[in-house]
Design a binder for this molecule. Structure first.
Ligand code: ZN
Ligand code: MN
Length: 442
């Protein structure tokens, strides 16, 4: 008996960074605020209160959708998802079911694998339950500041095949929404939450079996996501060997990640989709897009340089290595800082590649402005006074002296050139890129 495939689909919830909530004018920024100070009849679910959708939140989801190449259906609407829970005062969540804002997107991982994004839709967040002990009594308190905060839900196809891919996917989503400036996407603060759905394909004596799907909740870091998935793979395989329970309609389970135990633990059983009795939200008219609306959004997304495009441009424009460009474009602020520094000075001894090295290796003190960083580089003589020409001559000489390095490079061992980087630095103080050296190899 062996695991022939690990099957993972991921749901991500992202709190959108709008000024007001999804359906009312209450302040949206709820983190760390005094409980129940940002509420109104709409987000408290009082009878007769009418929701008015937040246009900016809708635009944010469309922008996200377009950035992952989604289709924007011309017709979209809100639905009621009915269930009872103390954090949901109306007894239903306004969400989207049959007609989401965006469908059929794609995200490419660093290894080139494409993850299909089934949909990204808009809904409202619930209130927050706080389990506390007051006067030796265990109580649950409710904070409605979070009730009605706009949430974007992003759902993938079950095409992720290991915990590393899952982590990479989550990191890319976080990077993207931060670049688009539509969310802080902070897992620790709960503004990004993920729910991986995990099960296994198992091969036994030529037959294929599937283990019941488990939805993982309560994950508040990428590291925990990876650990929870890895634990679940092991647990499901062991459970199948012992009990041979196969996936069937209705045996999907919800488990939470318990970091102190290093285990997933069972939570309430998941309702089937039908149990939610979805129906169209009668208080909000459907959204109907015209072609020019979509064109308008498409032109707006053209004005955002997406992280993967920025990375490519950094390689082309500044001669950075793939690694350097990846590190520098991980966060937009760092990428901007790098480019501003290069703009201050990219001549003579101080070139884009050198500046990249200094920022990546954190050689300079923290919090320097781009101008201060250039001054620091000059005063610390981190860069060499040797001319470009002489450095190229030195590289050629070193490559002749070390044929074994050239040979390993030709066999695909790019890191072998690191030795030449070290020797050049030792002799001249200059930091040269691997690319610069590889260009000298015929
Ligand atoms: Zn409100
Ligand atoms: Mn949801």
């Amino acid at each position: 008996m062996e695991i022939s495939k690990i099957i993972i689909g991921i749901e991500v919830h992202i709190e959108l960074k709008t000024l007001s909530k999804m359906f009312c004018p209450c302040d949206n920024d709820h983190f760390g605020k005094e409980p129940n100070t940002q509420t109104c009849p709409v987000c408290l679910g009082l009878p007769g209160a009418l929701p008015v959708p937040n246009k900016k939140a809708i635009q944010d989801v469309i922008l996200f959708g377009l950035s992952v190449g989604s289709e924007i259906p011309w017709y979209s609407r809100f639905d009621r998802k009915n269930y009872y829970y103390p954090d949901l005062p109306k007894g239903y969540q306004i969400s989207q079911y049959q007609n989401p804002l965006t469908i059929n997107g794609k995200l490419t991982l660093d290894n080139g694998k494409i993850i299909n994004i089934t949909r990204a839709h808009l809904e409202e967040d619930t209130a927050k339950l706080l389990h506390e002990t007051i006067d030796q009594e265990e109580v649950t308190l409710i904070d409605f500041n979070r009730s009605g905060v706009p949430l974007m839900e992003i759902v993938t196809e079950p095409e992720i095949n290991c915990s590393d891919e899952a982590k990479q996917y989550l990191e890319k989503i976080r990077q993207l929404v931060r670049y688009l400036n539509i969310s802080d996407a902070d897992m620790e603060k709960g503004s990004m939450r993920c729910e991986p759905n995990v099960n296994l394909e198992i091969k036994d004596e030529g037959k294929i079996f599937y283990t019941p799907i488990v939805e993982l909740k309560n994950i508040n870091s990428f590291r925990f996501a990876k650990k929870a998935i890895d634990y679940e793979i092991k647990r499901q395989f062991e459970e199948f060997q012992e009990k041979r329970i196969e996936k069937s309609k209705g045996n999907k389970q919800t488990r939470g990640w318990n970091e102190s135990k290093g285990k997933t633990v069972p939570q309430r059983e998941k309702e089937e989709a039908n149990d939610y009795r979805y129906f169209p939200e009668p208080d909000i008219p459907p959204i109907e897009w015209k072609d020019e609306d979509i064109l308008n959004y498409e032109s707006r997304i053209m004005n955002h340089e997406l992280p993967w495009n920025k990375k490519k441009r950094f390689i082309d424009q500044y001669g950075l290595s793939d690694y350097q460009a990846k590190i520098l474009t991980e966060e937009k602020e760092v990428a901007d800082y790098y480019e501003e520094t290069v703009r201050v000075r990219d001549i003579g001894d101080i070139r884009g590649v050198e500046i990249a090295n200094i920022i990546i290796n954190k050689k300079a003190p923290d919090n320097l402005s781009p101008e201060q960083l250039i001054e620091w580089i000059l005063s610390n003589k981190v860069v060499s006074k040797t001319s470009d020409e002489d450095i190229v001559k030195l590289i050629d000489k070193l490559l002749l002296e070390h044929p074994e390095v050239v040979e390993s490079y030709k066999k695909g061992k790019v890191q072998a050139l690191g030795m030449v980087v070290g020797l050049v630095k030792k002799e001249t103080g200059a930091i040269v890129s691997i690319e610069k050296i590889s260009q000298r190899i015929k």
